[in-house]
Design a protein around this ligand. Structure first.
Ligand SMILES: [Zn+2]
Length: 102
């Protein structure tokens, strides 16, 4: 099942990135082309925590949910740790639309 950021959380992320000063792309300097992806990047840190037993499995691995910001002009992509933005009790993620990702 796909996941996406809940709309209030996406708004919170957008506002926090603006407050931190992310106003334009560092590569092409466009001030209109940066956009937050509705979908999180799921990163396994320290190994493959989804693997059952095997050489890649490690109980110390962890999953991080990252916010992906991409410039639609040049493709420059930034990743942010979602734990820095999401502080409320609202569930951060919700099921995404069914079917393959667009
Ligand atoms: Zn750019």
């Amino acid at each position: 099942m796909s996941m996406q950021w809940a709309l209030p959380v996406l708004k919170e992320i957008d506002e926090e990135l603006a407050r931190l000063g992310l106003k334009s792309c560092a590569v092409c300097e466009s001030d209109t082309a940066l956009g937050v992806d509705m979908r999180p990047v799921v990163l396994s840190v320290g190994g493959a925590c989804w693997a059952d037993r095997g050489p890649m499995n490690d109980d110390e691995t962890n999953i991080s949910y990252l916010v992906r910001v991409e410039c639609s002009l040049c493709g420059n992509t930034l990743l942010f740790n979602s734990e820095r933005f999401i502080t409320g009790a609202t569930p951060a993620l919700k099921p995404g639309p069914l079917g393959p990702a667009a």
